[in-house]
Design a protein around this ligand. Structure first.
Ligand SMILES: *Cc1c(COP(=O)(O)O)cnc(C)c1O
Length: 371
């Protein structure tokens, strides 16, 4: 606020830790890894990882090596950083240098990692990902057959985990999940004794499945619904913008770019301090909502780059003044609600929350250890 930011973003690390514990309880004896890629879905990889570390988490997944480089200094010796997107050709030495564990997604990546291990004359840790149907990343059946016939290609590679990724985990009733799980079971048998990882948030929160040894939780840690329907996760983010200006406009007046909104009645219009450059989706133009004093207020007209208009005609006057808080995310409106308004998913709402906000972290208060 002091330097005049668009809005206040509050990140509740207590809720994050509560979510971590809920997932841990659901998947036990499997462990929960924190997926902290994309700056922990926009919430701050360092403070999020610290809170998870304090709660006992020791496995962290990022997408890119550069994200691992940034996090590494904040990780204790006994924590492991995995790089989901694997190794870009030429990045092997840098990855080994910081002790990050790459997710090897192709035979060529395995070959280059093994070659480096031979060169360094020490074994190098890795995760092997296999494609069980998503057609995104991971070894293909052909590559797995080659590996079976030529196991020496893995010489020097210390496989810490064999993993796959579910395409439809947001819907536990989808048959694809069972198909991918059983295919994975048969493939993983090719790596005897190696711990297994299958589930993201949706898979981790799915009832009646075996979770392998480590689940990779992202969105559910951050309060997003792992599946459609009631959300068992605690909200982690709250975002308050403010009213910049208020005006009374007559019936028939247009509002915003293109004058796409025409007032049907004399209207009290408030201009709010957040727009699409702040990560607020332009797709909520004319159909989104915000809350003032717990009352729903519609977004009218197009969302601008740095502001948007709302219709406050029906609100009590005492809630309306320059500087008045406007809830964009909070007790009345979740990231999933806004995602539905914008025709997207909570992941995109979170990861787009811009860098223009003042961020406040509410600390997690960890239960004291019994004397
Ligand atoms: C991003 C990602 C996750 C985390 O997914 P959520 O749905 O956010 O829990 C897990 N595994 C892989 C491979 C991912 O890319």
């Amino acid at each position: 606020m002091e330097c005049g930011t668009a809005a206040d973003l509050r990140i509740d690390l207590g809720a994050l830790v509560a979510n971590y514990r809920l997932i841990a309880q659901r998947v036990a004896p499997a462990q929960v890894a924190g997926v902290v890629k994309a700056d922990a879905y926009g919430l701050g990889a360092v403070p999020v990882s610290r809170a998870l570390l304090d709660a006992g988490c020791r496995h962290f997944f990022v997408a890119h090596l550069c994200e691992a480089v940034e996090l590494k200094p904040h990780m204790p010796q006994d924590a492991t950083l995995y790089v989901l997107n694997g190794l870009r050709p030429g990045a092997e030495a840098a990855c080994a240098g910081i002790g990050a564990v790459p997710v090897l997604n192709a035979l060529a990546q395995i070959d280059r990692w093994a070659a480096l291990a031979r060169e360094l004359k020490r074994s190098l840790p890795a995760v092997v990902q296999v494609d069980t149907g998503m057609s995104r990343l991971g070894l293909t059946p052909d590559e797995l057959a080659i590996l079976r016939d030529e196991p020496e290609r893995l010489d020097g590679v210390d496989i810490r985990l064999v993993m796959t990724h579910l395409a439809c985990a947001d819907d536990p009733s989808d048959q694809t999940n069972a198909d991918q799980r059983s295919l994975f079971d048969s493939i993983a048998a090719q790596f005897p004794g190696v711990p297994r990882s299958i589930d993201n948030s949706g898979g981790a929160m799915a009832p009646d499945v075996r979770h392998g040894d480590i689940v990779r939780a992202g969105i559910a840690l951050y309060g997003g619904a792992p599946h459609d329907g009631p959300n068992p996760m605690a909200a982690v983010v709250a975002l308050d913008a403010y009213i910049m200006q208020l005006r009374q406009v007559p019936a028939g007046a247009g509002v915003g770019y293109g004058l796409t909104h025409r007032c049907e009645r004399p209207t009290h219009v408030a201009t709010v301090s957040v727009g699409y450059a702040d990560g607020w989706p332009r797709h909520v133009s004319g159909r989104g909502s915000v809350y003032i004093g717990g009352i729903r207020v519609p977004v009218i007209g197009r969302v601008s780059m740095d502001s948007m208009a709302i219709d406050v005609t029906d609100l009590p006057e005492d809630l309306l003044y320059p500087g008045a808080p406007v809830e964009l995310l909070g007790p009345h409106q979740t990231i999933d609600d806004v995602a539905a308004q914008a025709g997207t998913i909570s992941y995109e709402i979170l990861t787009r929350l811009g860098s223009r906000y003042e961020r406040t972290y509410l600390p997690a208060i960890l239960e004291s250890i019994e004397p």
